[in-house]
Design a protein around this ligand. Structure first.
Ligand code: COA
Ligand code: ZN
Length: 300
């Protein structure tokens, strides 16, 4: 029996809620994170420190951190687009930050109003400063397979960019299929050499399910040796600046597949499904990947 662990980084409270037309209150966002903690998710991206004009759904993430109490061993993180976001996050007590550089020139401009060179420079300075201040830095490579503006992205470019982020000392490099355009064969051919170069502790994958290949891409990445995944409860998610991006692969689907394959995730499925029901109620939109229906109809 294979009892290897798969780590899930739950991004619903950030990637999920930033894409919702219904803006949740801080109390609702807190209740959602607490429901995820109750489901034993050990890594949760709670929000982002971005311009509230750009992403009003994430306003007040500092107050949210102040209200939350992470149990021992739980990593609550936040996305930061620039040094100001980093400083605000650290002032709010955040210990793990996510920096986001996109693989292409245009996506960086649309997302964070920076050139590709500027975006990588921001990643470098936050990684270096984070290290000197005891902050863990996850470095995202967005649109790593395809850009909504520039089309397919060359795997060699991603390998070179990942190498750069690793050389600067990123604690984790996250290969993100931001618009959900990858297929499993592409995932395997990109992730296999990346795992050989950087190891499974330092790499993670972030998939969106736009073309119904999210879970297949998770499987392909597992076959390549990836053991760390982002996912969002109920398949929430999407980037307001990347046209066509649909929800993330659903956490409950990833958990069900991994557990049935003999991996451990540590996630409490009934509690996770309660969190999915809660977020459906809060957003007014029925959420849920496929696992939800199967488990509900087959539970003893
Ligand atoms: N947190 C809060 N506010 C910020 C900020 C931060 N990290 N960085 C800049 N701002 C504010 C500025 O004070 C300014 O406010 P004002 O209009 O009231 O004066 C405004 O945002 C614009 O600042 P500027 O430095 O000119 O930035 P910009 O217009 O070039 O925007 C970003 C850059 C990164 C701040 C903005 O594009 C952004 O927040 N994007 C969000 C990206 C995102 O979350 N994408 C989805 C996840 S990948
Ligand atoms: Zn995403």
């Amino acid at each position: 029996m294979n009892t290897e662990h798969i780590s899930i980084n739950e991004v619903g409270p950030r990637d999920g809620l930033q894409a919702q037309s219904q803006h949740l209150t801080l109390t609702q966002r807190q209740q959602l994170v607490e429901a995820l903690l109750a489901a034993n998710l050990r890594q949760i991206e709670v929000g982002s420190f971005v311009s509230p004009k750009a992403v009003p759904q994430m306003a007040g993430t500092d107050a949210l951190f102040a209200a939350l109490h992470a149990p021992e061993g739980v990593r609550l993180s936040a996305l930061v687009p620039n040094m100001r976001g980093y400083e605000n996050a650290v002032a709010a007590g955040v210990k793990t930050v996510a920096v986001v550089a996109s693989a292409t020139e245009t996506m960086n401009q649309k997302n964070i109003n920076m050139s590709l060179a500027q975006a990588f420079e921001v990643s470098r300075s936050i990684i270096e400063r984070g290290h000197s201040e005891g902050i863990t830095v996850q470095a995202y490579l967005s649109v790593a397979f395809e850009c909504p503006f520039e089309g397919p992205v060359e795997p060699d470019l991603i390998r070179a960019q990942a190498q750069q982020l690793a050389a600067w000392g990123a604690d984790e490099i996250v290969i993100a299929d931001t618009i959900g355009a990858a297929n499993p064969a592409q995932v395997q051919s990109l992730m296999t050499p990346l795992i050989a170069e950087h190891g499974s502790e330092r790499l993670a994958c972030h998939f969106h399910d736009t073309r119904a290949m999210g879970l297949a891409n998770v499987f392909a990445a597992i076959q390549s040796g990836v053991r760390r995944f982002d996912s969002a409860l109920g398949g929430l998610g999407g980037c307001p600046f990347a046209p066509g991006a649909k929800g993330n692969v659903a956490t409950e689907d990833v958990v069900m597949m991994c557990e049935q394959m003999g991996f451990s995730t540590g996630v409490d499925m009934p509690a996770l499904l309660r969190a999915v029901a809660l977020v459906s109620e809060m957003t007014g939109v029925q959420q849920g990947g496929r696992a939800h229906y199967w488990i509900t109809n087959n539970a003893a």
